[in-house]
Design a protein around this ligand. Structure first.
Ligand code: ATP
Ligand code: MG
Length: 558
């Protein structure tokens, strides 16, 4: 039993009204998430899931998952499984069992017969072109079908024959008898059932007529005793039809459709059709490519369920369409990982440094905090030696203004270790830097009194002897944040540098981690160990940079 709660959005305000007016028995709240199993879920669905399950949780209610599997030509169990996995991964629990609109095919058929008996539906022999051409438009009423006034008996017989397979695809349809002059085009005798001699992934060849979404959805809601059927705004004009279909339902309590704005995020595509094209054209490696805005892609990229839920809290729920900046999602993952994950040093684009005055066989172990924001995460020892790697971009032979990192003749601190001075740059025959020779000031070791001497720059590093080779995948947006429709096909607009693969050097501590573990690479961003990791290769994905470290690296790798 529910009670009113302080409403944090207009949908909750509507639910509160229903509770005040005792609309539903015991003021129960039952929502549903109704995906069509025709693709993988994306970031937009995260909003719908958080909203529907969030309402269930807030009002001590429950939430069903119902697969809207009324279109057998496009559906597949692969999608069913991935969708259930995604919902669970986000941390939500549906009310068992999982529902399928196809479970209701027998009942839906009976509801259609009931509409026929009520004189509210008829079998039409017109082709889909004829139906389309006689719909009229906003200025002109449609033309009534010549079959519109068949008797109830004839309609029942023909509809039964449709079900029994007597007719070919498209030969007949069942239509609602509403109003061909309605100013709402949706209400101009919409089709309720069509003939499709196609096997269904659950019901096999049992049915050759399939209900349309507009008919199946409200009645499935009613059958499940859903109270609030929350959907996206494009369904607003269909709400009268939703309610119209419920005339067939005898129950006292009818579900209520409430619409909210779709989520759009800059740089992300939220059309299943387009996402499928990215997969099928091979532009990405699959539905779970870490660049994809699918939940499976976002998960593999390294986002946490907590960060996505936090994101949905921040964006809120409104009725007007909005475009959310990707930066907000990135903020949420940084906030979540900041205190949770350890930090280690990894040099993404390594260049070798030799400390010419440092004894050849000497190895020192420097103590480093695993997370300065949470000291309870402890410390570790990091090997230091004569040969090290630093980031290629942390060295400039001719320093730009305000460049305080390594440059000839100047000193920098190697994080947690010593101050070093750059003496010489060794290049190969192509003029590429091979090695940087430095002198180490042996009096400045961190943790000793000599460490107090201040220099401007501090660099991360990895000892060459200790280093582990890893493959770092650096991602950039697939589509520009200020993408505009310039007439080009979207596939042609994919950023060719959305994935850059680097051969990097990590601190040996990385060997303690397994696939799915996350950490911060000091100064370089948050990373996760990817499932492509095997005995020979550690592969990491950059989840998100710390700031905009991206643009610089991209320049270097051009
Ligand atoms: P399709 O065009 O294939 O129907 P869809 O995006 O509507 O795609 P569904 O599987 O029907 O996919 O969606 C399930 C639920 O998620 C629906 O209630 C839908 O309104 C909601 N939803 C889909 N896209 C978004 C989005 N971008 N923002 C918020 N909710 C969304
Ligand atoms: Mg849909």
């Amino acid at each position: 039993m529910s009670e009113t709660k302080s409403a944090s959005n207009f949908i909750e305000a509507e639910i509160n009204k229903d509770i005040e007016n005792n609309v539903y028995e015991n003021n129960r709240v039952l929502t549903r998430f109704p995906p069509e199993p025709n693709g993988y879920l994306h970031v937009g669905h995260v909003k719908s899931i958080c909203l529907n399950f969030g309402l269930g949780e807030k009002y001590y209610g429950e939430t069903n998952v119902r697969f809207d599997d009324t279109n057998p030509t496009k559906e597949d169990v692969e999608y069913v499984n991935s969708i259930l996995y995604d919902v669970k991964w986000l941390g939500f629990h549906w009310k068992e069992p999982v529902h399928y609109a196809s479970d209701y095919f027998p009942e839906l058929y009976e509801y259609a017969c009931k509409l026929i008996r009520m004189g509210l539906a008829y079998v039409d022999d017109q082709s889909s072109e004829e139906i389309h051409d006689t719909r009229g438009d906003l200025e002109h009423p449609g033309v009534e079908s010549p079959w519109r006034n068949r008797s109830v008996e004839e309609n029942l017989r023909l509809f039964k024959e449709m079900k029994e397979g007597k007719y070919k695809d498209g030969e007949k349809v069942l239509r609602a008898k509403i109003d061909m002059a309605s100013p709402n085009m949706v209400m101009r005798d919409p089709v309720l059932y069509r003939i499709l001699h196609v096997a269904h992934h659950r019901t096999g060849n049992e049915w050759c007529i399939y209900p349309m979404y507009d008919f199946a959805h409200p009645l499935s809601d009613a059958i499940e005793k859903i109270t609030h059927s929350v959907c996206t705004v494009e369904f607003e004009e269909r709400r009268p039809l939703y309610n119209w279909c419920l005339q067939a339902y005898e129950g006292k309590e009818k579900p209520r459709q409430i619409e909210f704005a779709r989520l759009n995020v800059t740089t992300m595509i939220t059309s299943k059709r387009k996402l499928r094209r990215l997969v099928e054209s091979g532009v990405v490696s699959g539905w779970d490519d870490p660049r994809m805005p699918t939940i499976s892609g976002i998960r593999r990229r390294g986002y946490t369920p907590e960060s996505l839920r936090h994101f949905c809290d921040l964006i809120g729920v409104a009725k007007a369409d909005s475009l959310v900046d990707i930066g907000m999602l990135e903020y949420c993952i940084r906030e979540d990982l900041k205190k949770k994950v350890p930090r280690i040093m990894t040099v993404i684009d390594p260049v070798k440094v030799v400390l010419t005055n440092y004894p050849e066989d000497k190895v020192e172990y420097m103590t480093m905090e695993n997370n300065p924001e949470d000291l309870s995460m402890g410390e570790r020892k990091v090997a230091f030696g004569r040969e090290l790697y630093i980031e290629r971009e942390d060295f400039m032979e001719v320093p730009a203004r305000k460049f305080f990192r390594m440059t000839p003749g100047k000193e920098v601190r190697l994080k947690g270790a010593y101050i070093v001075r750059c003496d010489e740059v060794i290049k190969d025959e192509n003029g590429e830097i091979k090695e940087i020779h430095c002198t180490c000031d042996m009096e400045t070791r961190s943790g000793t009194p000599g460490a107090d001497r201040k220099v401007k720059g501090t660099l991360h590093w990895v000892s060459a002897k200790d280093a582990v080779d890893i493959t770092a995948r650096l991602y950039d947006y697939m589509f520009s944040p200020d993408d505009e429709d310039d007439g080009r096909d979207f596939i042609d607009k994919v950023n060719p540098k959305s994935l850059i693969i680097m051969k990097s050097k990590a601190e040996s501590a990385i060997k303690n981690y397994k696939v799915g573990d996350r950490f911060q690479f000091l100064r370089k961003g948050y990373f996760i160990i990817d499932k492509d990791t095997n005995d020979n290769e550690i592969v990491v994905n950059r989840i998100v940079g710390l700031r905009d470290t991206w643009a610089k690296l991209q320049k270097k790798t051009k």
